[in-house]
Ligand binder design. Structure first.
Ligand code: HEM
Length: 502
């Protein structure tokens, strides 16, 4: 009996010990995994709506920038049920996109982006197809001289057409959106299809005007809502308009490509499309299976390059002219430097190094213009622990470029147009690390060197020829710098005068 008692008390002690161990293990392991899996903080969310009521969808980048001041450089917001991790500030954005390029390097293909390109092309694709298309586009653009003299020639020719167009207005106030967009688009059209269009040509006008409309629609609240609740699509006018625009523009591109196919000479490439079509024929002949060189990828890539390259560059130039009209003393100094260094001959890319003030002004235009404030959403390719926070594979990530270009710890006066951000005490141009309007890392803008060349040549050529002033009756103070937010951010519609300097 005593033996029984002592045996059962031993079993109870053993049981207690085992249970104790299990409980300890459970609490310890759940605590440590919780600690290891500490997710980025963020504002408390409402069921279904998430944090929608805490952000201004019309100035999403600014709202998120404000939230970063409260929640830190890595934080979470919910758009409806969709979780987004926001990266804020130069150090954090760079660390994620450059030091963890692979982990943060996928594109988030939101429903609207998928509707547009079905995962083809360059901007809204991932995996092998993206890799192949990106590599091909870079090689093809370089083949046609991106960053080299051939492109310089194409841009300079287009500068002359734009100047002619503005001269016809004889200094009268006008909205420069269309003329500038047609000029920028023509540079791309020459590279893509081997031809430029008259500014009055309906093909150019439809492609550019409709693309401009689509870029604006991308940023509207109803398209953001569509991305959260895609089943709402058929009830949303903006979604229906978007789809009609994309269908229309793809049709135009297909017709252009069909014409190029008919006259294709695989020995002599006139443009990007010719190179692609030749590659397609070669791949078909070699019987490689699952090739990425098919018509959908060609149309989508061309559409991507036109869309990504037109509104961003055109908006930057528009910001530039608006800033010059708003700050005439800065315009004076640019024009003085241009007259002193270049005179009246055509500006060339190689002049840039001798134009430090102008170069600084152009950089400041890009910094303040901030035409791509949230970049294009990324997605994590794998689970990642970043700055002590756990971010799951497949999480949407916004690299908040506003918070980089306006980072208070990087810029002396982030909210002021101040070319000195890019000048040293002797007036020499200085590069700034936090100048990232083209983003960074694996998905960095593919057209960066083309865009830089275009902005420099168009801006300087226009300022050599014209003085930009507000419309009669409008003072410089009254010129409105508020932006219109879409996929690219442009100045609100406005009129300026281009007064001939001769
Ligand atoms: C001032 C002009 C421009 C600015 C500010 C700009 C900015 C950007 C930004 C911020 C991104 C997103 C990067 C990211 O996701 O992290 C991007 C992507 C892209 N840009 Fe640009 N861009 C400009 C002009 C151009 C031009 C001229 C072209 C084409 C010729 C172009 C082609 C592209 C493409 C194809 C992508 C997608 C890259 C990918 O997903 O792999 N961009 N750009």
């Amino acid at each position: 009996m005593l033996e029984d008692l002592s045996q059962s008390s031993t079993s109870v002690s053993l049981l207690v010990a085992v249970v104790g161990l299990l409980v300890f293990h459970y609490f310890y392991s759940s605590l440590s995994s919780q600690e290891m899996r500490k997710e980025p903080p963020g504002p408390t969310r409402l069921p279904l709506l998430g944090n929608l009521l805490q952000v201004d969808l019309k100035r999403l980048d600014r709202s998120l920038f404000d939230l970063s001041k409260k929640y830190g450089p890595v934080f979470t917001v919910y758009f409806g049920l969709q979780k987004v991790v926001v990266l804020a500030g130069y150090r954090t954005v760079r660390q994620a996109l450059v030091d963890h390029a692979e982990e943060f390097g996928d594109r988030e293909v939101t429903p609207i982006f998928y509707d547009v390109n079905k995962g083809h092309g360059i901007i809204f694709s991932n995996g092998d197809s993206w890799k192949e298309m990106r590599r091909f586009a870079l090689t093809a653009l370089k083949h046609f001289g991106m960053g080299k003299r051939i492109t310089e020639g194409i841009i300079i020719e287009e500068c002359h057409y734009l100047i002619e167009e503005l001269e016809q207005l004889e200094g009268k106030a006008f909205n420069n959106t269309q003329a500038i967009s047609y000029a920028i688009s023509n540079v791309l059209a020459t590279l893509m299809f081997g031809k430029r269009y008259e500014y009055g040509d309906p093909v150019l006008q439809t492609l550019v005007d409709k693309d401009h409309e689509a870029v604006h629609l991308f940023g509207t609240a109803s398209i953001l809502i569509y991305n959260m609740f895609p089943w709402l699509g058929p009830f949303l006018q903006n979604w229906k308009d978007m789809m009609a625009i994309v269908r229309g523009n793809k049709e135009i591109l297909k017709n252009i490509i069909a014409d190029l196919k008919e006259t294709l000479n695989p020995e002599m490439h006139r443009c990007f499309a010719d190179l692609f079509l030749t590659r397609k024929i070669n791949v078909e002949e070699s019987e490689i299976k699952d090739s990425h060189y098919h018509d959908e990828n060609l149309v989508s890539s061309v559409l991507d390059l036109l869309a990504a390259g037109t509104d961003t560059t055109a908006s930057t130039l528009q910001w530039g002219l608006l800033f010059m009209a708003k700050y005439p003393h800065i315009q004076d100094q640019v024009q003085e430097e241009l007259s002193r260094v270049v005179g009246s001959r055509q500006v060339r890319v190689e002049d840039r190094k001798n134009l430090p003030y102008t170069d600084a002004v152009i950089h400041e235009i890009q910094r303040m213009g901030n035409v791509s404030p949230t970049a294009i959403p990324h997605k994590t390719t794998q689970d990642v622990t970043f700055q002590g926070y756990f971010i799951k594979k497949g999480t949407t990530v916004f690299p908040l470029l506003t918070s980089v270009l306006y980072d208070e710890s990087e810029w002396e006066s982030p909210e002021t147009f101040n070319p000195s951000h890019f000048l040293d005490k002797e007036g020499k141009f200085i590069r700034r690390e936090a100048f990232l309007p083209f983003s960074a890392g694996r998905r960095v803008c593919l057209g960066e060197s083309l865009a830089k060349m275009e902005i420099f040549l168009f801006f300087t050529s226009l300022l050599q020829r014209f003085r930009f002033t507000p419309a009669p009756g409008v003072t410089e103070e009254e010129l409105d710098l508020s932006p219109v937010v879409g996929l690219a951010v442009s100045p609100a519609p406005h009129k300026l005068c281009a007064v001939s300097r001769e």
